[in-house]
Design a protein around this ligand. Structure first.
Ligand code: 4AD
Ligand code: MG
Length: 461
């Protein structure tokens, strides 16, 4: 079965050439003299139009060609007049692989709501919208590896199953093979995790950072890119229980180097999308968000504003706008505060030096004793897209902070040892992959940029 991808045909249209395309029928129209079948094969947003002379085919075959069925069409390419596409195919042979029962196939021509499409996540990749989103998602994953590879970073794989809580937020999914109906108990009546698969309590990781730090202190420049899991019960358009995170970690980087890398990476990725995904972006721009492409361009040409948390709080206090949540030095920034700061500067904003109480134990402590060298990047439309920091490389300070925050020292002995043996200043950050895809596609709900979203009460497919 020699098949040509529709994308390749459109990129290099050669009239007269005989080709075979394979894909799924989007629409069929026409009359008894001529019929037009639009086929999509997933390689591009554009359909190939097959021109059919009904006299050349069995009536039964043509009757069964309906929206959603799978076909191959072989024929000559001819110039297409008055069509969006440069060529169409004069159908010589049509093969029907699988019919699609018209009474039940849920993707009919009319537009469907995003909510409905989530209920049929097994079929939604066949829509124009999700085809575009998943092609862009692929391009972004590929571009991330290219970006780091070109800069001499090593892709390092952090484990998915872990016994530690990197963020200390306690929002972890447990991993166990114990029989939940018959839990083994110790003499004190506690669950006996010594009998569990790993002989201890384990969870799905919330972040690959701690292991990436170990690698950075040997390989210099590394990044992880894998799934992470958070059992936070936040049903928002920006949160998933399973999401992918890119976490670079760099030896000998201070917070300024860290911010420079993060800004360069985000601009590189957005530029990559504009260079490689324009067909899909134009479709999304036209259908959903007329400002999408101009927003992407404006981020690339902006210089990210860098302010401290304290400066941010001052700006919020002086704002004319009334906020729902209080603006106090010490409390975390809410979505409304982030939005205000981003629109105030009309540019992405990097906020640094947060109060230590609202950040993780591993962040480098500032001289003031109150703040840490954190950096969050806030994006228009998204809010926080990146969270990171310079790391505390001093053994005593790190240990003291772990005690203050009740981070179990015993479980993290290996992490602490890196501060005993050849410690160096180092930094890193985490980019939420789906938040990046949200920004690049202009989709409004994070459930619509990952193939099979995992959210509270939802793990279908
Ligand atoms: O700010 P976070 O929690 O930082 C970390 O996990 C650090 N260990 C990163 C590091 O320094 N290596 O998460 C990083 C990013 C956020 O800025 C956000 O983009 C994304 O991950 N994120 C989520 N994305 C989707 N759903 C969730 N529930 C997310 N939680 C965080
Ligand atoms: Mg964060």
């Amino acid at each position: 079965m020699k098949r040509k991808l529709i994308r390749d045909i459109f990129n290099n249209p050669e009239t007269g050439l005989e080709v075979t395309i394979m894909g799924w029928v989007r629409t069929k129209r026409g009359n008894k003299n001529v019929q037009f079948i639009a086929v999509n094969d997933g390689s591009t947003i554009h359909n190939m139009q097959a021109v059919v002379n009904p006299a050349d085919f069995e009536e039964e075959l043509l009757k069964n060609i309906t929206t959603g069925c799978s076909v191959s069409v072989t024929g000559r390419l001819t110039e297409s007049k008055g069509q969006e596409q440069p060529v169409e195919i004069q159908a010589g042979t049509i093969r029907l692989f699988g019919k699609a029962d018209t009474d039940h196939y849920p993707l009919q021509k009319k537009g469907h709501t995003m909510e409905f499409l989530r209920e049929i996540a097994h079929l939604r990749p066949r829509t124009n919208t999700f085809g575009a989103v998943f092609r862009i998602r692929h391009a972004m994953a590929f571009a991330i590896h290219t970006f780091f590879n070109d800069r001499n970073f090593y892709y390092f794989h952090s484990p998915v199953i872990t016994a530690s809580d990197a963020e200390g937020a306690g929002e972890m999914f447990r991993v166990t093979t114990l029989n939940l109906n018959k839990l083994p108990k110790t003499n004190d009546g506690e669950i006996d995790f010594k009998k569990d698969f790993f002989g201890r309590e384990t969870n799905l990781t919330v972040s690959g950072q701690l292991e990436a730090e170990l690698a950075a202190l040997a390989l210099g420049l590394v990044y992880t890119f894998g799934p992470t899991f958070r059992a936070e019960n936040s049903n928002t358009p920006r949160h998933l229980a399973e999401f992918w995170m890119i976490e670079p970690e760099m030896a000998f980087y201070d917070i300024h180097d860290n911010m420079d890398l993060a800004e360069a990476m985000l601009k590189y990725l957005i530029q990559y999308a504009l260079d490689h995904c324009m067909d899909d972006l134009q479709f999304l721009n036209k259908m959903y968000d007329k400002e999408l492409i101009s927003r992407l361009q404006s981020v690339i040409s902006s210089t990210f504003v860098r302010i401290s948390y304290s400066e941010g709080i001052e700006l919020l206090k002086n704002a004319k706008q009334k906020f729902e949540f209080p603006v106090d030095w010490g409390s975390d920034l809410q979505k409304e505060h982030e939005n205000y700061l981003v629109s105030h500067f009309n540019s992405p904003v990097i906020i640094t030096d947060y109060p230590k109480e609202i950040k993780a134990f591993y962040m480098k402590q500032n001289e003031d004793g109150k703040t840490v060298r954190a950096m969050d990047i806030l994006f228009p439309w998204i809010g926080e897209i990146i969270g990171g920091s310079q790391r505390e490389e001093n053994y005593d300070k790190l240990l003291a902070r772990m005690h203050e925050m009740r981070v179990p020292e015993k479980a993290l002995w290996w992490y602490l040892e890196t501060r005993k043996y050849g410690t160096v200043p180092h930094s890193g950050f985490g980019l939420g992959f789906e938040r990046l895809i949200l920004f690049v596609t202009g989709m409004t709900n994070i459930r619509d940029v990952i193939p099979f979203p995992r959210t509270p009460m939802n793990a279908e497919f």
